[in-house]
Design a protein around this ligand. Structure first.
Ligand code: KIV
Length: 275
């Protein structure tokens, strides 16, 4: 089934953190999507997606839970390993799931699992003021870290729902300060979810590291969406920032290619996808 993987082009250098830094410096938008299995990974690679995230959103779109909270480390390793088998060029990030990083030591042990067993190149954690030390500890052990700010789905039971974050001035200022502190602690990428477009632009301009947005407006260095959302597989109410890229594409590969092109050309997100 995956014999085409043996035939992958050797003239497509894999995306690394240096590639992403260069893209930020050059103003080239970074196109990212989630992926959960090898078959989709092959398509994401063929569509020239720059970064693939094995998100704990798999708890919702694959496992059918209402939140990401039930996702375990074993789930993440299983899906990450499958995605890694299908990827060659894109940079591979994997989520540390709920309560897999309550201490520095547990964060390190679980990050090592994602890198060694899962084949990930970077771990992502839902961060804020409380995770600065953890990010610093991981970075101090040469683990590449993506810090996720804004709407943090793992905290949904504490925050009371999936809501836009950073609307009030004090919350926006706190987020800007957290982003700066996370960068200083060693975060290599910052991901912003569901925040006002103006705040996404401000944080992106403040940071030296690449900033990827989902529902954070067009001013970030790159965009990410859940692959099932853009293929219109996800049922029920969709977030405002989702666009159906299967519409008019004919097949999944073309839909992914259309997404990459729309991100690179700055056509996505449009004003109707922003807060
Ligand atoms: O879990 C996930 O898929 C994510 C994205 C929504 C960014 O964190």
């Amino acid at each position: 089934m995956y014999t085409q993987l043996q035939l992958r082009d050797s003239d497509r250098p894999p995306v690394t953190l240096s590639t992403l830094a260069r893209m930020k410096a050059d103003g080239e938008k970074i196109a990212c999507l989630t992926g959960y299995d090898a078959s989709f990974a092959v398509l994401l690679d063929a569509a020239e997606v720059d970064v693939v995230l094995v998100g704990d959103s798999l708890g919702m779109v694959i496992q059918g839970h209402d939140t990401t909270v039930p996702v375990t480390m074993d789930d993440m390793v299983y899906h990450c390993r499958a995605v890694a088998r299908g990827l060659y060029r894109p940079f591979l990030i994997a989520d540390l799931p709920f309560m897999s990083y309550p201490s520095k030591e547990q964060a390190l042990a679980n990050s090592v699992r994602l890198l060694q067993e899962g084949g990930a190149e970077m771990v992502k954690l839902e961060s804020g003021g409380n995770q600065i030390e953890i990010v610093e500890f991981l970075a101090g052990h040469d683990i590449a870290v993506c810090a996720h700010l804004g709407l943090k789905p793992q905290s949904v039971h504490k925050t009371g729902g999936f809501r836009v974050q950073g609307r009030e001035e004090s919350a926006a200022e706190r987020m800007i300060a957290d982003a700066r502190r996370l960068e200083s602690a060693g975060a290599d990428i910052v991901l912003l979810e569901c925040i006002p477009a103006v705040l996404g632009k401000t944080i992106t301009a403040e940071l030296h590291v690449p900033v990827i947005g989902i529902g954070a407006g067009p001013g970030t260095d790159g965009q990410i969406l859940v692959c099932y959302d853009i293929l219109d597989i996800t049922t029920g109410r969709k977030p405002r920032f989702v666009r159906n890229f299967l519409d008019g594409a004919g097949n999944n590969l073309q839909a992914f290619k259309n997404y990459v092109q729309a991100v690179k050309q700055g056509e996505y997100p449009a004003p109707e996808h922003c807060f």
